[in-house]
Design a protein around this ligand. Structure first.
Ligand SMILES: [Ca+2]
Length: 384
């Protein structure tokens, strides 16, 4: 079982610090809700029609249905991965990557589905467990269970110190995302947050899924578009329409919620990308399986050719915080703004201590055809 590192206790905010100059806020159960079924349906599209609801020549060669419920097929292929955004020093250079086809959850995992998992298994998330005192002998308040919460300052603040808006809050966890006085009332369909890496892994194992690699996530997020700035194209607001839940106003003290949401939005509140993925940009950051290295893209590019199904470096190194092992986050969140962080762009990279959960970080699962076949075999296996 993973423990929260001393780093987590000393500077929980560092998961949001950029390695460049500008900075970024930065056991199967019995229920069937979250397990794949043989119905092959996709989520109801509140914000628009999924392109995968219609048969077309573009779907030729795709796996035969039934498909795992709530997932869309990402056809795989070769693409340019990375970014030339000046702010994204760790996402350069562009390099060629190939990924096999896979299914991906059409939306981020919701509170409702995570609760089904917890009820079925009795799972207790990392943020709900009190750290052992010996882990953090000099920091009394870390002796109680809690997690990291964004709190708007009352007035404008300089953007060089994220501890002005990130705090460790005792009692904060997935059921109480902003602290003990918050709850999930009316938020069944919001993405689950306050989940550490091991929590996401635990859910995925139960559901017969796994986390996406960073390459899979970015391939999926681009939706078949080539090197576009956003998951939907090059225009942030086509015809004036917000396409993702991000931050408007003045960061971090005033979120004017012009896009309709301050904080998380129910999943699928914005249009899907061309692969039928909702909230693949904005709303909440999502865990990927890769270790984070700030020099990983450079290493792949220097190797030349096409990186096939890259699964990340063997270890983690963040030049900004070399003492901390981090996993990759992708997608950006409701806190991302061009005033500070615009990593809702598909080439943007995030990173964080695997033991650090926050109220703007969730996940979604993926499944390969082999995993699906294994799942179907298990579902169809006759009872003894
Ligand atoms: Ca918003």
């Amino acid at each position: 079982m993973m423990n929260r590192s001393p780093y987590f206790a000393v500077l929980l905010f560092a998961a949001f610090v950029l390695n460049d100059s500008k900075g970024e806020p930065n056991a199967p159960g019995s229920e069937d809700c979250c397990k794949p079924t043989l119905t092959g349906t996709t989520p109801v599209a509140r914000a628009g029609k999924s392109p995968q609801t219609a048969e077309s020549s573009a779907t030729k060669g795709w796996p035969a249905k039934p498909w795992p419920e709530g997932m869309v097929w990402i056809p795989g292929g070769e693409f340019w991965m990375g970014s030339d955004e000046p702010q994204f020093t760790d996402a350069r250079p562009w390099h060629r990557v190939y990924v096999d086809g896979f299914w991906m959850d059409a939306t981020g995992l919701t509170n409702e589905k995570f609760e089904t998992f917890v009820r079925a298994t009795g799972y207790v998330t990392l943020a709900e467990r009190a750290p052992a005192p010996r882990q953090f002998p000099n920091i009394p308040k870390i002796h109680v269970a809690g997690s990291v919460v964004f709190t708007s300052p009352n007035e404008p603040v300089s953007l060089d110190n994220s501890s002005q808006w990130w705090n460790y809050v005792p009692g904060a966890n997935w059921r109480h995302p902003s602290g003990p006085n918050s709850d999930l009332k009316g938020k069944d369909q919001h993405p689950v947050v306050q989940v550490a890496y091991e929590d996401a892994i635990a859910f995925c194992k139960w559901a017969g899924k796994r986390l996406p690699s960073e390459a899979e996530f970015e391939f999926a997020a681009r939706g078949g578009l080539d090197r576009k700035a956003y998951a939907w194209g090059d225009d942030f607001r086509p015809q004036g329409r917000f396409m993702a839940n991000t931050f408007q106003g003045h960061f971090p003290d005033k979120d004017t919620a012009e896009d309709g949401f301050a904080g998380t939005a129910p999943v699928a509140s914005f249009p899907p990308n061309d692969y039928g993925l909702y909230d693949i940009a904005g709303n909440v950051w999502e865990w990927c399986s890769d270790w984070y290295r700030s020099d990983y893209y450079k290493t792949l590019a220097e190797a030349g050719g096409v990186a096939r199904n890259p699964s990340g470096p063997a270890d983690s190194f963040d030049s900004a915080e070399p003492e901390t092992q981090k996993r990759v986050h992708k997608g950006g969140s409701f806190l991302c703004t061009d005033q500070y962080c615009k990593r809702y762009m598909p080439g943007g990279r995030g990173k964080g201590d695997p033991g650090t959960a926050t109220n703007h970080l969730g996940f979604r699962g993926v499944m390969t055809p082999a995993m699906w076949e294994a799942r179907r075999a298990a579902i169809l296996k006759p009872s003894p």
